[in-house]
Design a protein. Structure first.
Lengths: 346, 346, 346, 346
């Protein structure tokens, strides 16, 4: 049994790691940390986590933790994550960081968008961007994974095959994303109270959301040149899920069937991507609670556009599930271990 | 035009007063107070209140306020409300207090349930419990109204005619209430965040909710003896509305039709109570945004029970709308003035 | 009092007309029709419509109806609407048609998108597209109004000032719309059942929605040349509201402030359009139940795009409220009559 | 591998059986039936059921089915279920019937409440009421299980220990239940459409719901005398879950701690019942997607009542999960097999 620690386990991503790992036969959660909930059991904070009555939240004291686990999941706020990642890494531990701190290869870009210095630039090259569909081979050999953001996962998986295979131009890419409210984390801000979110819908952070450079970095690899995107997030009155609608300039004469066949080939054998049939489109409800990304495509000849729609569960494929997938790859476990449950719907 | 002030207008009840009064032809909102939102306009805080661009939240300074208005609505937390009520009342102003501070006639009961001393016991006799269906005549002459709580409004209107007319015994009354989340106020507590309330439902404060003595006080008047009730509130994942299901021991041989005819007579001429037909039951959606209480009845011969179901909008009939109704009565305006809008449904 | 008839009053748009007109001081609803609900009262079907106990749904028999009213609202399915419109119009009545039958000026375009012949092409020129912000002068003199679709209202109001004033190019316009479920009408289709829509979100009819040519027709007037748009509708798990996010190629050097000032000027004096301040974005909750369109703008220098976000209530500004606005204009009533209520929020 | 058939697999209970069994290591779903969806794959109807691409819905032809499976789950409408149960049983198959047809021991009671004759009265004695917490020993030996209704499961588990152990009297039991909308099944009735259920709440079938005699039958066993209950179901705007609030006359001097200790003892060792601590109350979100029943208790000395609150997932512990639990017992598998997943929350 692999012993793992979850640092910052009192947020939604940490709780989701606990939920998923409770069904993983090769892993034992050895310890969990939380400053705020120190001394409490995960079951006291999240009564649905009945499997964890034996654990207690500890403070994040690196020395004490080092002895307890061999792989560390960090679900800490960005910036807070940096020193912890550096320490665990230095001590030879495997680290999967769910924060944004090691996702951007260019420290200057990080500093521009996150408005904070980067203190461990040396590790940026070491860290592997943990999107298995793009970087599987490197993930298998990695010791430090920068687990992708939720919006970027939904956007990159939708755009990558099109740019890679010349189905669409890299100019004028528009990404219109809609996220469930758990994407904002466990919130005590009145703006995220039930009465304010329920029966409402709105856009936010237009042109300025921090996930933008992360999307651009990865799809630039596919395009083999720097790409800029317009990215607009919206807040959905549902608990979970991101649906992203992507508008691309289609190559001349592109048909839906042709696009589908390219996407199917790109994702052939991928355990967690499903390319839907022509005429079908993704729904949040079909991926909720799963690590799957559903993708639907329409090539619109009238306007010369390829429209790609993707759906993921932001807490699973967009966070904890992808982290477990990365762990499975790093450890040489079968990729789907612990990630096989079907969506609970309705 | 009557000049009114709303003290504590940055909560949901205060905002609802502003919404309703914007359509009242005989009233001008002269000033609004809020400590936290001082200096802001109500439109900045509640962008839907487009009619109030000209107002600015002031601090609650009694001297300054006295000159500005002739009737004061107080939507302050209980305890905070006491000195303000006392002052405005002393200076000859009409006061409608939406807090719990002057609802209970017995100061000892107040102190027991609210765990705080009462500093203005002398006013408890002066204050009229502002449920027009029970106390209309006294409300018309009152200068100080204790506006009823939301749960009590839904419970008392459902029970009163039965006890008054001997349809049911006063023993073993059970009140099972379900409230929309706005009943908890504008919250920045994670327990009321969207993700925690959505797709959930739960009971709380069983046997200990502060609205219990208020219900008991008023239905004891109908029963002409002290009555105790079991009251269980629940939190519903909707914005507005209280549906209360009441279980009474029916008088022998009581039929649904007989019960309906007694309730219809009891509420004859009441502009804001609708007794439904046999076979019909109340829905929150049909009262949302209105000052109406819908009532449905079933006499169950098999178990000897009379089951009464009531529905109100907790922010209107359960707070701001009833306050405006009380104002209309105090001022001699037609009762329905400003309260005629139909429910927005779906 | 103007006598009006509502044909097809058993759907959500018809019920919304009844709701709004109950607060209109110059109008009496003389009769309502419904084939399915014949003989029932509107209150039996929609218990919230307490003001209409005296009416009974009649069948749509034109001769009988002609005597009863001077202005006819038609909330019938497209195609069914054509002969009724033609007849009432011929008999000299004022007609406001909420269907799509007379919105498109080119019958061939209608026939292509709606897959049905147009039998009253002669009336297409007569009919005025009832978007007051664009066609107020003609509406005032019209006898036949084609009331705009819900999605087109949200899109056209967002795009018009930009094209008219050269803030953006007419190429590559992308319209990403999200609609509440009442937009699908009163449905007995399992796909619109609570369990299937709740906690879900999806796109539909990509590149093929029938509202596309209507949007293109009207914004082509602003651009003074034919314009094509990519339009993607999505289904939101809320009852009401459309939020539309529009992506335009910005003119060189365009700033948010410059764009805002142009939009403010374009909508100066408009009673039902609110251009928000820089940094503010529309929310469905702030327009729910109202006839207002809120508009927010961001000029994104990094990508050279102008992003416009609009919010309306699909049943009010997107249907019944706009119809009443058109009636007010046709009759010479003050424009806001009956349309002044503030949004019920939360 | 045990081969099972699911008859009537196109409803929510059938789909939930498919979901749960996909994670059961000892079972293979050999065939599924549906008249309406004949020829389709379960994945086409329920795109979340990705594990079942290889199956196709067949018609319910008993001869053909008999060869394919050894255990039959029937998720058919009541009445339709009778002949199928009788046939499979006669042929020596194990049968778990999720309908109401074999739950009531007294055919006359069945006929009175279900308004239809019972054609297989002989099997009523054979059938075991499949509530493992009450009838485990008999279930283990049974060949025909009448799987309990969702409301009865939530009510009986809440009441049984109190009556059995004399904590409360059997008179004047009140059961106030609130169910998520999936309890109504996959519906194409406008009353269950999103717009009608969302933001609404209502009671229905007061005093007349068919689950009443089922509750009375089982708790009469505990009381050792015939018991009558008042049962009121309500419709909640959530997908899943039943929360039931039960009011019992407490034995003299009963405290919450005493009641808890009796309930804890009664459910000691039960894998799917959790008795909460004093001060804690059940939430739907903590049992969603699981086979667990959470129970909270309050003894209210002021009114002499014991209030019990239970929460289950109506599709799991209230239907498919309990059916799988029964299968595990019948087959001698470890009870929790396939039922270990934690709730997906938020």
């Amino acid at each position: 049994m692999l012993k793992v620690a979850i640092c910052g386990a009192s947020g939604y991503a940490g709780a989701e790691l606990l939920r998923i790992l409770s069904g993983h036969p090769l892993v034992e959660v050895a310890t969990v940390t939380s400053e705020k909930s120190q001394g409490m059991s995960p079951v006291a904070l999240f009564p649905q986590l009945t499997a964890y009555a034996g654990l207690v939240f500890e403070p994040l004291e690196a020395e004490a933790l080092l002895k307890k686990a061999d792989l560390f999941f960090l679900a800490l706020p960005h910036k807070t994550s940096q020193p912890a990642v550096a320490l665990f890494h230095k001590e030879g531990k495997k680290v999967i960081d769910l924060s944004a701190d090691f996702r951007l290869k260019d420290a200057a870009v990080y500093e521009e968008w996150y408005k904070t210095p980067h203190y461990h630039r040396g590790l940026l090259k070491t860290a592997v961007y943990g999107l298995p569909e793009l970087h599987r081979a490197r993930i298998k050999k990695a010791r430090l994974i920068a687990n992708p953001g939720c919006y970027p996962t939904s956007a990159i998986l939708g755009i990558y095959p099109a740019l890679k295979n010349g189905l669409a131009g890299a100019e004028s890419i528009i990404i219109d994303s809609k996220s469930g409210t758990s994407g904002a984390g466990r919130q005590s801000d009145a703006r995220y109270s039930f009465c304010e979110v329920n029966e409402d819908f709105s856009a936010y952070a237009i042109g300025s959301h921090r996930h933008t450079p992360e999307i651009e970095q990865e799809i630039s690899l596919a395009a083999k040149k720097p790409v800029k995107v317009s990215f607009t997030p919206h807040l959905l009155p549902v608990n979970r899920g991101i649906l992203t609608t992507i508008y691309l300039s289609a190559a001349k004469g592109l048909t839906t069937e042709k696009a589908l066949s390219v996407y199917r080939k790109a994702y052939q054998g991928e355990p967690f991507v499903r390319v839907l049939n022509a005429g079908e489109l993704p729904h949040l409800k079909f991926v909720r609670g799963t690590n799957r990304c559903d993708i639907g495509l329409v090539a619109d000849a009238r306007t010369g556009r390829l429209i790609v729609v993707t759906a993921i569960d932001n807490l699973v494929k967009g966070a904890a599930g992808q982290a477990v997938h990365n762990m499975n790859l790093m450890m040489g476990y079968p990729e789907e271990t612990g990630l096989g449950a079907l969506a609970v719907a309705p």
